[in-house]
Design a protein around this ligand. Sequence first.
Ligand code: SF4
Length: 384
Amino acid sequence: MDARKVEKVLTAAGEPKFRLKQALDAVYKGNLSTWAEASTLPAPLRERLDKEAPVLALAAHRVLVSEDGRAHKAALRLGDGCLVEAVLLKPKPVDDWSVCVSTQVGCAMGCTFCATGLMGLRRNLTAEEIQDQVLFWRGYLKSHRLEGRVSNVVYMGMGEPFHNYANVADSLRALLDPERVGLSARHVSVSTVGIVPGIEKFGDDFPTVNLALSLHAANDSLREKIVPANRAYDTGMLKEALKMYLKKTGRKVFIEYVLLAGENDRLRDAFALGKFVHACGRPDLLHVNLIAWNPTATKHTAPEQDHPRKFKEALEGLGVSVTVRRNLGTDIQGACGQLITRLPPPRVGAPRREGPKTTRPAAEPRAGRENRKRPGGGRFRPLS
Ligand code: SF4
């Protein structure tokens, strides 16, 4: 929702000043998805708002639900017809839900293990489109009578947040504003592949929001193969940026590390990672999240089941704080690195170094009956 658009409509309609707060409260506190549900507003005004300043700048194209019910993935259609995916997750069996938002349609970074990277970049999302993914899932919880509330938001969906910094920053302001979405900064995390100017600016602008760095390899020759952005911002620059960030904010930083069998999961890779963590000056403030690679149409392999634990133990032996992250939503292609909404077009944006050869990703699943069983698991729930 764009509050400025709402204000314009109210002014044009000659509504009294108090109406704006009433309208915004109806959406932010009442978790509405359309103005038609806003019973506190006069009916003709609701109709006008729905036409001229709709609550959501996006609409559900389809929603998949994982077998265990703890992951819901939506393909959301934007005003220009583009699709992005956003995910609702329940990482713990309490009533707190996390929303994973996208910041771009596709991504220019081309990380070789990631389905979104296969799409290339189509466009940035607006602040409204980013914020509305959270509003969408809040309305979804309400309309599907699911217990609990959205208490965490992670910027780890499609796109590189710091490649769309201004809109990401505006959306963060909306999420953190107590008069709007009102999330606690401690429960919001932004992940970057390592755009150094973005890390620096983020430390100044949002020192209480969590930062995650998608590292995936701690030496340059290996990281360049997996994360092409490393050619612009190498591990030496990342260490310096993290040092400054830690000094400035005193906040914990999460290091995300996708384990790719035989590529970055060897003992020497654990040593390089341990060295990287210590070189940032505050190993007590860095926490490594290990993620076993989730299947995508890229040429990698997941490590054997027990391997992440062994890698974790090697890191612990080096004095590194580390967790193996449980993957939710793999059966609906909603886990880390699996989001994709169309076949790859010619690339635009940042150049990409040739990585391992890729095969065609699977085409979008077609709409079907509600809760129909899908071959990959998960229930299919078309919403519109
Ligand atoms: S991992 Fe993130 S930054 Fe890399 S290609 Fe995928 S979406 Fe982009």
